[in-house]
Design a binder for this molecule. Structure first.
Ligand SMILES: Cc1ncc(COP(=O)(O)O)c(C=O)c1O
Length: 362
């Protein structure tokens, strides 16, 4: 039977003035709304106990399995307010399907696509006051997640699992907005190996990327670029985004999502809209040498990071240990900005939605 996530209203929701103050300068992931969706899965009986109620801390037992074995997966999507006040999701069914794939990889139960969509809609509807207007690229970031909620020591899949959706009003992911981000290329650390969890959106992937991200910050860079774990010669993805290179002839290049890279919904959307912008697109392995030689010779003129949080953010330069920084010739390139604007226009309802990607919530 489908879950309904019935709403239990918060007894003392945030005052309108407090919401207004937070929406004026939300930052990213700093403030949380009044409600959250919850459901619990039990081995044998499946999903139930679903509701959308007041945002409340969890009581975590010290033997809680997720603390020890990291059996956890999550998603990230946004609700956008259009100029007429309506609120919309962007391709949420893609997030639902990816959560299913991630859960399967982590030995967690799967949440049906329909239940995922109901949970997300329920939180957005209950907390619609928290959806900022689209100015300054603000939106309501939604974080569905699922974790082992059983108390035991021993390595096995949990028999009780919790699913939740929380929401946070956000501005641009990089505080500098659309200014180019600098990238640190690591050939020391790996994000994922063949047969590992790289294609799943699980907390462990991010935990293992933090030391490389710290190295990036220490070198004045905003993001880290990982190469393949086996040879460190092929580009994979950034710590929290996919990557595209753009050639002087206007062709997009991005590595395939062959098991070690997260199958980004933004990446997929860009590959879909590229032809309408007159851009070719090639999905194929891209060697680190090709990036270095291509930027140095001027064959690669633009590069950008993409993801739900960062949308499309231009890359300014690549840094590598012991090498001179590589500057892209186009810092806010024509192709990068055309893709960025087209995507934002679809998300915020300013452009036509030829692909049926927008879903109205309220
Ligand atoms: C590691 C990683 N790669 C890529 C992406 C981009 O995925 P999406 O476009 O679905 O947000 C994300 C963002 O969630 C990510 O964390």
């Amino acid at each position: 039977m489908s879950l309904a996530f019935p709403v239990v209203d918060h007894p003392s929701p945030a005052l309108a003035a407090a919401i207004e103050e937070r929406l004026a300068d939300p930052g990213f992931g700093r403030y949380f709304t009044d409600h959250m969706a919850l459901a619990t899965w039990h081995q044998g009986s499946g999903w139930g106990e679903d509701s959308t109620g007041p945002y409340t801390p969890f009581a975590v037992d010290p033997a809680g399995a997720v603390l020890h074995y990291a059996q956890e997966v999550f998603e990230g999507l946004k609700a956008y307010r259009h100029s007429d006040g309506s609120v919309w999701l962007f391709r949420p069914e893609m997030n639902a399907r990816r959560l299913i794939r991630s859960a399967e990889r982590l030995g967690l139960p799967t949440l049906p696509e329909e239940d995922f969509l109901t949970s997300v809609r329920s939180v957005v509807t209950a907390d619609q006051r928290w959806v900022p207007n689209g100015e300054g690229e603000k939106s309501l970031y939604l974080r569905p997640f699922m974790f082992a909620d059983e108390n035991f020591l021993g390595v096995r899949s949990a028999e009780r699992v919790r699913y939740a959706v929380i929401a946070s009003p956000v501005g641009p992911y990089f505080p500098s907005g659309v200014k180019p981000v600098d990238i640190w290329v690591t050939t020391t650390y790996s994000r994922a190996g063949t047969g590992g969890t790289g294609a799943a959106k699980c907390g462990g992937n991010y935990a293992s990327s933090l030391v490389a991200q710290k190295e990036a910050y220490e070198h004045g860079c905003g993001q880290v670029l990982f190469t393949d774990a086996a040879t460190h010669t092929w580009l994979e993805e950034l710590g929290g985004m996919n990557i595209f290179l753009v050639t002087g002839e206007g062709k997009l290049l991005t590595p395939p999502t062959s098991g070690t890279i997260l199958d980004g919904i933004t990446r997929d959307s860009i590959l879909t809209i590229a032809p309408e912008l007159g851009l070719g697109a090639e999905v194929r392995p891209v060697a680190l040498d090709e990036l270095v030689d291509g930027v140095a010779s001027g064959r690669i003129v633009e590069a950008f990071a993409c993801g739900t949080a960062a949308v499309v953010t231009p890359i300014g330069r690549f840094h590598q240990e012991g090498a001179d920084p590589l500057f892209l010739t186009q810092q806010q390139g024509t192709a990068t900005m055309a893709i960025r604007n087209r995507l934002l226009d679809i998300q915020y309802g300013r452009g036509d939605d030829a692909y049926g990607w927008r879903h109205r919530v309220c």
